[in-house]
Design a protein around this ligand. Structure first.
Ligand SMILES: [Zn+2]
Length: 467
């Protein structure tokens, strides 16, 4: 391949929506899958997880994961159950988080299948999980850590490096470098872009350069509220004054750590009194330990705090709940208190039983601290649902519902543009992915108008030549 092989890209997920990230890079006879995410949310999307992928396992040489979130990694055990045995490249932080997340995702799949079997509602008879804990464990053996800034050859003639993007621990943009028509070219998947000046993690690094760019657009048409921390402070003060309960459904990875860290800082600075914070998320606790361990990702403030306290991601009256019995015991407690529990969009996890128990109470406040996707309970509550189905029961909603998106781990429109401003030159083409259609379209428009870049919104299963 003196002049390089033909290169192309196909969008197998997160094109026209935010979940199921999967981009198939073909180079000559070889294929590389960039991200291997699960479709989540609406049923018609989740059903896509069961459809066969247009991938020939015999040609698939490598998988690259930009970060550990399930919508970017959670299909991997399925791929492995279908016979994939090759390497899976990800940063060390991502590899460690996957060690917690993939077995958990598999466990949920197994639970769901068991439940469907009991209720007899599955199309499959007997109901099968999408994958098993064994498949997830098998996937973990394929992980090959690649440090941010390190360059490795993933297939013959194609090298990979990750760039720091903030977002969550371990998150990186993935850049491939290869030869086309005798010229060295680069393709970059932004992954999920994080934010500047956020707790714990370093800022995104300058992007460098790419000839083709895949750009996420979750918040492509939005600007984050700037004062979410002030609002959280006021909400906690109110909770203390009224001796009430504040439930924060939060993703176990990223959001939970940000919230605990932020509450601790407010306590340290005397902005709020120390309040009992019940962290009811076994995965969140494991993730917190991983966050503390990966010192290479810590920003200056976190490094300073660490010199006084080995793991500063803990508030002064924090109580951790590991077993289901401990989790249930929270039901007996009276405020003031904060409950932080997964999942962040109330699609599953222990937060469901807290919501079932406390949504009927007018003295409870539920704070959703980030994006609520279509089809989730979080979105229904955000939209003002008066009752909601939880664990087989219809529960009236009398609690106050708040949504602050300022804790989002995703860059908003201005932060995406700030990151794009760090490119050395305009990519020859930018494809917008990972956004609901209005967000993707708005981001494409603003990039055309402000940066004069060539940009297109990617379509599901669209294939493009990289020439
Ligand atoms: Zn993500």
């Amino acid at each position: 391949m003196a002049n390089g092989a033909a290169a192309s890209l196909q969008f197998l997920g997160a094109a026209g929506g935010v979940t199921g990230s999967k981009y198939l890079f073909s180079y000559g006879d070889d294929q590389v899958l960039i991200d291997c995410g699960l479709f989540q949310g609406l049923k018609e999307l989740r059903q896509r997880n069961w459809a066969a992928l247009p991938i020939d396992p015999a040609r698939l040489r490598a998988v690259i994961l930009t970060h550990a979130h399930i919508d970017h990694s959670g299909y991997l055990p399925r791929l492995v159950s279908k016979g994939y045995k090759g390497p899976v490249y990800a940063t060390p932080g991502t590899c460690d988080l996957l060690g917690v997340m993939l077995p958990d995702a598999a466990h949920l799949q197994e639970e769901e299948a068991r439940y469907a079997r009991q209720k007899g509602y599955s199309r499959h008879s007997p109901a099968l999980p999408l994958y098993t804990v064994e498949d997830a464990e098998q996937s973990l053996t394929l992980l090959r850590p690649v440090r941010i800034g390190q360059t490795i050859e993933v297939i013959k003639g194609v090298s990979l490096d990750f760039g720091r993007v903030g977002h969550i621990l371990g998150a990186g943009s993935a850049r491939l470098s290869f030869e086309v028509n005798g010229q060295r070219k680069t393709f970059m998947d932004s992954g999920d872009l994080g934010r500047y000046d956020r707790p714990i993690l370093k800022n995104p690094d300058p992007a460098g350069s790419a000839d083709w760019l895949l750009l996420e657009s979750t918040y492509g048409n939005r600007l984050h509220e700037k004062n979410s921390e002030i609002e959280l402070r006021d909400l906690i003060k109110e909770t203390v004054a009224q001796r009430s309960c504040l439930i924060i459904p939060a993703f176990a990875i990223g959001r939970t750590q940000d919230l605990i860290y932020t509450i601790r800082k407010m306590e340290d600075d005397g902005e709020i009194p120390a309040i009992p914070v019940h962290v009811d998320s076994p995965m969140g606790l494991e993730a917190t330990e991983i966050y503390c361990r990966h010192t290479e990702e810590h920003d200056f403030e976190m490094q300073q705090l660490r010199s006084k306290d080995n793991c500063p991601i803990s508030s002064h009256k924090m109580v951790v709940h590991k077993t289901p019995e401990q989790s249930k015991s929270i039901n007996q407690l009276k405020g003031p208190m904060v409950i932080i529990s997964a999942s962040g969009m109330a699609t599953g996890g222990r937060v469901l039983h807290h919501l079932k128990h406390r949504l009927p109470n007018a003295d409870t406040t539920v704070l959703f601290a980030g994006y609520q996707a279509e089809g989730t309970r979080g979105r229904s509550l955000q939209d003002g649902a008066k009752e909601i189905k939880l664990l087989g029961e219809v529960v009236p909603v009398r609690a106050k519902i708040k949504v602050f998106d300022g804790f989002s781990a995703h860059a908003d429109q201005s932060e995406i543009l700030r990151w794009l401003g760090t490119f050395k030159k305009a990519p020859q083409m930018t494809y917008i992915v990972h956004g609901e259609p209005p967000a993707a379209a708005a981001l494409a428009d603003v990039i055309r108008a402000q940066l004069k870049w060539k940009v297109e919104v990617a379509r599901h299963q669209q294939k493009v030549a990289l020439t």
